[in-house]
Design a protein around this ligand. Structure first.
Ligand code: BDR
Ligand code: CA
Length: 320
């Protein structure tokens, strides 16, 4: 049996690895990909998703155009120095958009209805689209989703955009706060876990020789660009963190992760904008159980690497 996943991603290099991973993992059935602004502008993000879907021969997967900016209306900052001018490192994706239909936002509701009580939402980009679902369709709009697996935040470690804040939460902190408040059954993968999900150049070298998948030619150039950016920002780092692969792997390989249940809040304004907050005191303030989120605190990185390699080496791209 495969898990039905509606993926929200802003490719982006680690997002692209996440999309490829999701398409290749036999236990994941991708039922739609929502792509909006984030690492790159919305149009680019949609184009990159279309390219990956086309490469994988999975044009049956609906692509949904997400948002162009945060709820605050503030100008957006993109990150070409990390993800490349078009979001795929040095790769200039061919225009494969003409092969696929790009759906409007209301397609999300249709998918949620279609997979009622049998759908997991995975969000590895800004939280704007999910927050907008609650604004457009009400706080119960996503009640039939089983769980939300989200990459965002940073607990007890520094941020990656400011000293306090991680990129997905920082870029739309109003949305992040609202989603943490309104979504249920949230599994969160913050930097304190995803920073350790390191894939090395040697591993990618091996995959780019041996992966039987149609994604093989992309792996090395995309990774190299991303790794170089990380080497600049984190001197001595041995590889690059695949942040966005983590929540997907957590669905199919739950034994790899350990969680602490706490209520998560997000700072919306000021110097600590985008900071994720939870009560980690030995005796935290009691919270109603329904408001607790499962915060990823530890991961077995050796198992993470093994599963990553296994999935990219098997090349299963059929509809599950
Ligand atoms: C997150 O921000 C983005 O740059 C990455 O794709 C990831 O989703 C890491 O902070
Ligand atoms: Ca991302």
């Amino acid at each position: 049996m495969a898990y039905n996943v509606l993926l929200f991603a802003d490719p982006g290099i680690d997002d692209s690895f996440a999309i490829m991973y999701a398409l290749l993992n036999p236990k994941i059935n991708v039922v739609g990909i929502v792509s909006g602004y984030g690492n790159t502008p919305k149009e680019q993000s949609v184009r990159n998703t279309a390219y990956l879907i086309d490469l994988g021969g999975r044009e049956d997967i609906p692509i949904i155009a997400g948002t162009a900016g945060p709820l605050s209306g503030e100008p957006v900052q993109f990150y070409p120095e990390i993800h490349g001018p078009e979001g795929l490192g040095p790769i200039k994706p061919p225009d494969t958009l003409q092969n696929v239909e790009v759906h409007d936002f209301n397609k999300i509701l249709e998918i949620v209805e279609q997979y009622k009580n049998n759908l997991i939402i995975v969000n590895v980009g800004r939280l704007t689209e999910i927050a907008l679902m609650f604004i457009l369709y009400g706080n119960n709009a996503l009640k039939d989703v089983i769980a939300f697996y989200i990459m965002g935040g940073a607990f007890l470690v520094p941020g990656n955009i400011t000293a306090e804040a991680e990129a997905n939460f920082y870029s739309d902190p109003i949305a992040a706060r609202s989603v943490m408040e309104k979504a249920h059954n949230v599994y969160l993968y913050p930097l304190n876990v995803t920073n350790k999900a390191i894939i090395t150049p040697e591993m990618i070298g091996f995959l780019s020789e041996n992966s039987p998948t149609p994604f093989r030619p992309l792996l090395q150039p995309a990774f190299d660009y991303y790794f170089k950016a990380y080497q600049k920002n984190v001197p001595g780092i041995k590889g690059a963190p695949m942040h966005d692969v983590v929540p997907l792997m957590a669905i199919t390989n739950p034994e790899i992760f350990r969680y602490v249940p706490r209520r998560v809040k997000v700072e919306e304004f000021g110097d600590a904008k985008g900071k994720s907050i939870a009560d980690f005191r030995p005796k935290p303030e009691a919270q109603p159980p329904k408001t607790l989120d499962y915060i990823g605190m530890e991961a077995d990185i050796q198992k993470f690497v093994e599963n990553f390699m296994e999935v990219f080496l098997q090349g299963e791209l059929e509809k599950k």
